[in-house]
Design a protein around this ligand. Structure first.
Ligand SMILES: Nc1ncnc2c1ncn2[C@@H]1O[C@H](COP(=O)(O)OP(=O)(O)O)[C@@H](O)[C@H]1O
Ligand SMILES: [Mg+2]
Length: 278
C-alpha cells in the first residue's frame, strides 16, 4: 500500500474552474476533411458539436472509420480541424499539451525505462521535486495494482500491465481531461474485463473528465456517463444517450435489464441505417 489512501487523490494544482458555460471540453462545429489521392475531398467529421462537463466520463462509440480517432487527435492537438474549434477548460486547443492525458491502443511507454520512471516522466520534466514525485508515483502505482512491479522495465510487462502504466502515467500528470482511444482493444477478453473493472475503480477515485473511444457497446455502457453514438460517411454524432446505471459499477451490471435495453438501443442505432455495414 502507498502512503496515500485512495480516498485522498493528490491534486497537483486546482483544476481551472469550469461552469456549465465553460465545460471541460467543448467541440464546436468541427469539420475535418482529407484530400484523397485523386484530388477530391473526404469528409471524416462533419460539423460535430458537443460538450463534456467536468468530471463526466464521455464515450464515443461508432463503427470503424466514423472519425472517433480523428476527433481524439484533434482534441489532443495532434491535428487541426478544417473548420470549427475545440476548447479544453475554456482554452482553444492549438497544439499538444500536458493538460490532456492520452492513453492509446498502441503501447506508448518507454520500454527502456522502469514502470516507476515511466509514470514519473512528465513530473520530472516539469521540474517537480523528488519527494513530491515519489508520493504521486506511489499513489498511482497502488491505484493500478503495480506497486510490486515498480522497478521492472516496461518491456518486461504484459499488454494489460503496460496499459495500467499508461493510465497511471496519464493520471499522475493531473491533466484536465483524459483522452483514451480503444485502450483495451488489443487485449484478450479476460484482461479487457479486468482493465474495465480497474478503470471503473480508478475513475471513482479520480473523477477525472474522460473522453473514451470504443467500438464495443458493452464497454461504452459499462464505463460511460454519457454516450455519443457516431455514424460514418460522413462522421457525425447520431445520438446522445445518458447511461441510467448508478455508480459504483461492476462487471455484473452487463446483465441488468437497463443495461440490456440500452445495448439494444445502441445496437440498432449503429446497424439499422442504410449506409452502415459491418
Ligand atoms: N491521414 C488521413 N488521410 C486520409 N484519410 C484519413 C486519414 N486519417 C483517417 N482517414 C479516414 O478518415 C476516416 C475516419 O478515420 P478514424 O478517425 O481513424 O476513424 P475511427 O477511429 O472511427 O475508426 C476513415 O475513413 C479514415 O480512412
Ligand atoms: Mg480509431
Amino acid at each position: 500500500m502507498g502512503s496515500v489512501t485512495a480516498t485522498s487523490p493528490i491534486q497537483l494544482r486546482p483544476a481551472p474552474v469550469t461552469t456549465a458555460a465553460t465545460p471541460r471540453l467543448r467541440v464546436d462545429n468541427v469539420t475535418l476533411q482529407y484530400k484523397t489521392p485523386s484530388g477530391s475531398t473526404f469528409t471524416a467529421l462533419d460539423k460535430v458539436s458537443f460538450d463534456v462537463p467536468d468530471q463526466q466520463f464521455a464515450v464515443l462509440v461508432g463503427p470503424s472509420g466514423c472519425g472517433k480517432s480523428s476527433l481524439l487527435y484533434l482534441t489532443a492537438g495532434l491535428a487541426e480541424p478544417t473548420s470549427g474549434d475545440i476548447y479544453v477548460g475554456g482554452q482553444q486547443v492549438d497544439g499538444p499539451g500536458a493538460d490532456r492525458g492520452m492513453v492509446f491502443q498502441g503501447y506508448t511507454l518507454f520500454p527502456w525505462l522502469t514502470v516507476r520512471k515511466n509514470i514519473e516522466f512528465g513530473l520530472k520534466r516539469r521540474g517537480m521535486p523528488a519527494a513530491e514525485r515519489k508520493e504521486i508515483v506511489e499513489f498511482y502505482l497502488n491505484e493500478v495494482g503495480l506497486s510490486r512491479f515498480a522497478d521492472n522495465y516496461a518491456k518486461q510487462l504484459s499488454g494489460g500491465m503496460m496499459q495500467r502504466v499508461a493510465i497511471a502515467r496519464a493520471l499522475a500528470n493531473d491533466p484536465q481531461i483524459l483522452l483514451m482511444d480503444e485502450p483495451f482493444g488489443a487485449l484478450d477478453s479476460q484482461t479487457r474485463l479486468q482493465m474495465q473493472q480497474l478503470l471503473l475503480k480508478v475513475w471513482e477515485h479520480s473523477k477525472k473528465t474522460v473522453l473514451f473511444v470504443t467500438h464495443d457497446i458493452d464497454e461504452a455502457i459499462l464505463l460511460g456517463d454519457r454516450i455519443f453514438v457516431m455514424g460514418a460517411r460522413p462522421g457525425r454524432i447520431k445520438e446522445v444517450l445518458d447511461v441510467p446505471i448508478s455508480r459504483p459499477r461492476n462487471l455484473d451490471m452487463v446483465m441488468d435489464p437497463e443495461f440490456i435495453r440500452m445495448k439494444r438501443n445502441i445496437f440498432h442505432l449503429l446497424h439499422d441505417g442504410p449506409e452502415e455495414h459491418l
